[in-house]
Each structure stands twice: as structure tokens, then as C-alpha cells.
Design a protein around this ligand. Sequence first.
Ligand SMILES: C[S@@+](CC[C@H](N)C(=O)[O-])C[C@H]1O[C@@H](n2cnc3c(N)ncnc32)[C@H](O)[C@@H]1O
Length: 217
Amino acid sequence: MRVRMAIRLATQNAAMTDFERLNAIYWALSTNLIHKVPGAIVELGCNAGLTSVWLARIIQDLAPERELHLFDSFEGLPQPGVLDSYLKEGDCLASIDQLKMNFDAWELPQPEVHQGWFEQTLPDGCPPEICFAYLDGDFYDSITTSLTHVYPKLAPGGVILVDDYCDLDANPRAWDGLPGVKKACDDYFGENAPQLEVLGGVGDLSLALIRKPLADG
Ligand SMILES: C[S@@+](CC[C@H](N)C(=O)[O-])C[C@H]1O[C@@H](n2cnc3c(N)ncnc32)[C@H](O)[C@@H]1O
């Protein structure tokens, strides 16, 4: 793993990520690329692209032919629903120009960027087959929309990491600021779904890993 790059990104993007998240992303994505799980890599809620450049670097190192698709409103968060807390409409605002500059700064090829609300961009923009997805939309509706479009397209063995999934029973240290995220996943898959696993760490990591079974039934 490129430890120096991860430390720099964790420092630069401390409001959105940390070293443990980047390490978990590295482990999950690199494993799937090495095992040749087919499909594109997507991030839903890419903001200024400071986690996206990490995805892009892993792709460049291990499977440079893979496509990277990024989705964001670039208008910040939508209106929160009743299950959401902590953040409000318009928070987490970033621009496409910032994202492009970050890719240039890390000397990485520009990704496929889909600007707009997930409901509008995913029906046509979501790649037909997905190897790895990072869902970071923060709110109940955003995560529900993300799962509805991404999970059916996930290749067998494909992985979704959902940021801010907090299950205090599984990981008492996890950060519990965005309860809509867990509720959206549990409503989509059902509680205690076998394909969903909670990741832990030494810090306050709140991350769920969802793996598509290799074979149905
Ligand atoms: C926490 S930030 C993402 C941080 C980024 N993944 C990172 O690690 O640097 C959440 C992003 O999700 C986007 N977002 C949330 N809900 C959305 C929706 N329904 N449609 C489009 N963008 C959305 C926001 O604009 C915001 O940039």
C-alpha cells in the first residue's frame, strides 16, 4: 500500500476520511482487482475527489484498464429526511473544478464524472457491471437510491463499502452521527443480512462491507 499517500490524503481530507478508512478501501478494492472481479469502480458522493484519487491510484497500480465513475450533486447535500441528523442541506459542498485539480495534482487520469442528484444521474450513468462501490451519501434517501442502483449491478464477489454505517453492538467505538445510513442499509437488505459485515478498527471507524454472493441460492 502507498502509505505516504494515504497519510497525506487523510490529513488533507480529515473532515471526510482517515487512515483507517483508506486502509479498508485499499484492502477491499485491491483484493477484488487481484481476484479479477469484473466491472467498474464507482464512488457515490465523491465531493472534491480526495478519496477518489485514492481509488484511482489503486486502479492505476493494479488494473489500469478499469473505469472509475464518480457521482455527486456538486451542490452539497440534499435536504435531510426525518431519519437524518448532524448535517444539513448544502453542507459538504465541493466543485468539479476542485475534483479535476486534485486528479491533476496527483497526476492521475481524469475519471468519468456524473454531476447531479443520484436519482437523475444513476439510471443512465451507473455502469452495467460493478466490481467495487464506495457509498458516501450521508443521508437515508441518498444511500437508499445508491443501493437500489448499485447492488443489482454488482458482479458476483463484488463489494460495496458504506461509509458512516454505525452498529454500536458490533463496534462500540463507531461514530454514530448519521443514523439514516444504517437504517437505509437495514431497510434494503433486512437486519442481520448475511452479505453485510461491520468493519472495526482502533478508531471510530463506521463502515459496512456488503459482498454479492458468488452464486445465488
Ligand atoms: C461526505 S461527502 C463525500 C466525501 C467523499 N466521499 C470523500 O471521502 O472525500 C458526501 C457527498 O455526497 C453528496 N451527495 C449526498 N447525497 C447526494 C445525492 N442524493 N445526489 C448527489 N450527491 C449527493 C454531497 O454533495 C457530498 O459531496
